[in-house]
Write a protein that binds this ligand. Structure first.
Ligand code: CA
Length: 513
């Protein structure tokens, strides 16, 4: 009996050893180590083979990536153009501009991945089947896949910015959080007139913004009006030519005229938020959750302004709906295999590795026991090495290990949540859960010919809309008198053609499901 139990245990033991060994073996792409060159520069940071994330991937797969560019070349487009003109493409190119990869693909410099994925990319295939939307983002206008996108966790977190308000000012004036557009206006008015900063001067700026791009877009956006092309029930429309824009813009003009919007909103600049908050002048803004929430834990600011509290609130309701006019895109760039690649099959297998459970974890969390650990329920959290580094933010520590470098992979929102400000996370989640976030226009794929036309039309349309909205808001032109002329100008630029091109591209995009 004893013997039999021993035998059985031994057998189980052997079995376990075998499974572990097999699992490790599964990721191996080649028996002998192979090297592939990569052009990859993200935010000025050149790919480094010594990052622990990529060393671990090498251990698993036997594929080592080596940067094809020098450490001193930090501009990715410059490096990309140099590489093309030299005629010596690396095996793999990672770029934040997928359209560049796709157009190089149509010229023969990048190889289509459709067949390679079908034959050698089981994890990517499964991923595309599970998320048709993500696949749609990868397909070019000719139906081919030239790059694997670097996906945001779009389903987990698509909110990026929200409406912030000085809660302590509301309390001081005995006001409630604005629920409707009407309340919103009244609160701005009270901020302007009732001296919430208590210095006896009407110096408050009820609404401010540090970017000109968002100054006008966001404000009309709170009414559900669009500033560019968007899709309504499968039909591509142009926001400024729609009724909702005609409702929203006069309100924004009125707010500006009454001094409720920063009079210098178009010229204030990127430090504007800092200036408005540190000098106790600004009441509301629409900005990134993480960086804006951080003002609440700024010791210097808290010491200077007693009771300072800048909180995110739901966008005010307009005609029964709340609109947050800003969302993350589904992806940001991606990577591709060039026509010069020595071993495209090994390259796609390596790309596929990042969609395996191990690769997914590695790209988001780094190395278990080093950058992250698991609690008894299996929930992952970052270690002190990441969270308590001297003089470095958690994200900087992670980036120094190669975590979240731009490769073709899926982001795990939990990763961001684990190092992010819990309060900011909570507010961003409130926006997602309540469906405030207006879906962004997908990144459409154009044929080379369409692309030439749409680039030209877009830049002229954008210019006309920006120019006129500034004129209207600043009071240099009367909205009611000039709106029809503005529409005529859009028509003469070629709005109709731009709508047709976008509709075609959108229909193609939907057809890629
Ligand atoms: Ca004041």
């Amino acid at each position: 009996m004893k013997k039999r139990i021993f035998f059985m245990l031994a057998a189980i033991g052997i079995l376990q050893v075998n499974t572990v060994a097999k699992e490790k073996e599964d990721y191996k792409i080649s028996k002998k180590p192979i090297e592939m060159s990569i052009l990859a520069i993200q935010n000025g940071r050149v790919f480094d083979e010594k990052w622990s994330v990529f060393e671990e991937a090498f251990k698993d797969t036997n594929v080592k990536l080596k940067s094809a560019t020098s450490k001193n070349l930090t501009d990715e487009m410059q490096a990309f153009n140099l590489s093309i003109s030299s005629g010596k493409l690396p095996d793999i190119i990672s770029l934040s501009f997928p359209d560049k990869l796709e157009s190089l693909g149509m010229d023969g410099g990048i190889i289509p991945l459709n067949d390679l994925i079908e034959k050698h990319g089981p994890n990517i295939k499964k991923f595309f089947e599970k998320y048709p939307r993500y696949k749609m983002d990868a397909v070019a206008s000719d139906g081919k896949i030239y790059f694997i996108p670097d996906y945001y966790d779009w389903y987990g977190m698509r909110a990026s910015q929200g409406l912030f308000i000085r809660k302590d000012w509301l309390d001081k004036l005995g006001l409630k959080t604005p629920e409707t557009m009407d309340d919103f206006y009244k609160v701005m008015k009270a901020f302007k007139e009732k001296d919430p900063n208590g210095n006896g001067i009407a110096d408050e700026v009820p609404y401010f913004d540090r970017t000109t791009e968002f100054a006008d877009k966001e404000l009309v956006g709170l009414f559900g009006a669009e500033f560019g092309f968007y899709v309504d029930n499968g039909k591509v429309k142009y926001g400024p030519a729609q009724e909702r824009f005609k409702e929203a813009m006069p309100e924004v003009i009125k707010w500006y005229k009454e001094g409720l919007i920063d009079s210098e909103i178009f010229t204030r600049g990127f430090q504007g938020r800092d200036y408005m908050l540190r000098n106790n002048l600004g009441g509301m803004t629409f900005d990134w959750f993480a960086s804006t929430t951080a003002y609440n834990t700024d010791i210097e600011l808290k010491n200077k302004i007693e009771g300072f509290e800048f909180v995110a609130i739901a966008p005010p309701e307009y005609k029964g709906k709340r609109y947050a006019p800003d969302a993350r895109t589904t992806h940001l760039g991606g990577w591709a295999i060039t026509a010069g690649a020595k071993d495209p099959v090994a390259a796609i297998k390596y790309m596929d590795y990042w969609f395996s459970d191990k690769g997914y974890e590695l790209s988001n969390w780094g190395i278990e026991g080093d950058t992250f650990v698991r609690d008894e329920n299996g929930k992952k959290m970052f270690t002190d090495k990441v969270m308590k580094a001297d003089g470095k933010t958690p994200l900087q520590v992670l980036r120094d290990d190669g975590v979240q470098f731009r490769i073709g992979a899926l982001q795990d929102y939990e990763y961001e949540k684990a190092w992010g400000n819990p309060q900011a996370n909570e507010w961003a989640e409130m926006y997602v859960k309540n469906n405030y976030v207006v879906d962004p226009m997908p990144t459409l794929k154009y044929t080379p010919e369409e692309n030439r036309r749409i680039q030209k039309l877009n830049s002229q349309l954008d210019m006309a809309v920006k120019e006129m909205s500034q004129k209207w808001i600043l009071g240099a032109d009367d909205f009611n008198k000039s709106y029809n002329g503005f529409i005529k100008r859009l028509d003469s630029i070629g709005l109709k053609e731009a709508l047709e091109i976008n509709q075609k591209a959108y229909d193609r995009f939907v057809g890629n499901k």
